[in-house]
Design a protein around this ligand. Structure first.
Ligand SMILES: Cc1cc2nc3c(=O)[nH]c(=O)nc-3n(C[C@H](O)[C@H](O)[C@H](O)COP(=O)(O)O)c2cc1C
Length: 181
């Protein structure tokens, strides 16, 4: 069971820099895709803006440019295989939802697929796009953010969520302790 966050709190779900799965396309138009993304950052909380970096050649770039929406799906460390599958084959070649065994649901505030098995999801409308040497910076305006109820109380409990963080070359660290300073 997920709870909705205040839009301005969306960044609590990615402030710690997890490797995520970005979904794109349109559920009603039956054109959907998912891709692993390690390069992303909150840009602002009010208005709530977030940046993802996606290679221009990727199918994900094509679908975000076409439908002007995307969603950021946050997984726990148990789903490393999902991240591997979504990050190693193009959606033009394979149905990654099927291959990874994940379920696409229509977003609450967008037409993009959101992943049922994710711990949390941030739905965005495309706010701006800028290309630098083959990489698209997609700036999303957050329309909805939700997270499993037992993982969030004013912040994401990463000790429970155990989010994966990509170190490079297929190596990950799984989040653990929360420490208050
Ligand atoms: C752990 C991991 C992190 C990745 N991070 C990014 C990223 O931040 N940006 C990017 O463009 N590609 C990234 N990739 C590569 C894409 O996920 C991969 O090329 C994918 O197959 C593209 O799929 P698509 O063509 O269906 O969009 C990553 C892959 C892995 C395994």
């Amino acid at each position: 069971m997920k709870k909705a966050l205040k839009i301005s709190e969306y960044y609590h779900l990615i402030n710690h820099g997890p490797c995520v799965v970005v979904s794109s396309g349109s559920v009603p138009k039956n054109e959907i895709n998912v891709s692993s993304i390690a390069w992303l950052t909150p840009l602002n909380d009010d208005p709530a803006l977030v940046i993802i970096c996606v290679a221009s050649t990727h199918y994900t770039s094509k679908l975000i440019s076409k439908y002007k929406e995307f969603a950021i799906n946050i997984f726990g460390g148990k789903h490393l295989k999902t991240i591997k599958i979504c990050g190693s084959v193009s959606g033009t070649k394979e149905n990654k939802f099927k291959k990874a065994g994940i379920t696409a649901l229509k977003g609450k505030k967008t037409s993009v697929p959101v992943i049922k098995e994710a711990l949390a999801t941030i739905e965005c409308a495309l706010y701006n796009k800028k290309e630098y040497d083959g990489i698209n910076l997609f700036i999303g305006k957050v329309l909805h953010a939700e997270v499993e109820k037992d993982l969030y109380k004013s912040h994401l409990n990463t000790a429970k969520a155990r989010t994966p963080h990509h170190l490079g070359n297929g190596l990950f660290v799984i989040d653990g302790k929360n420490i208050k300073i």
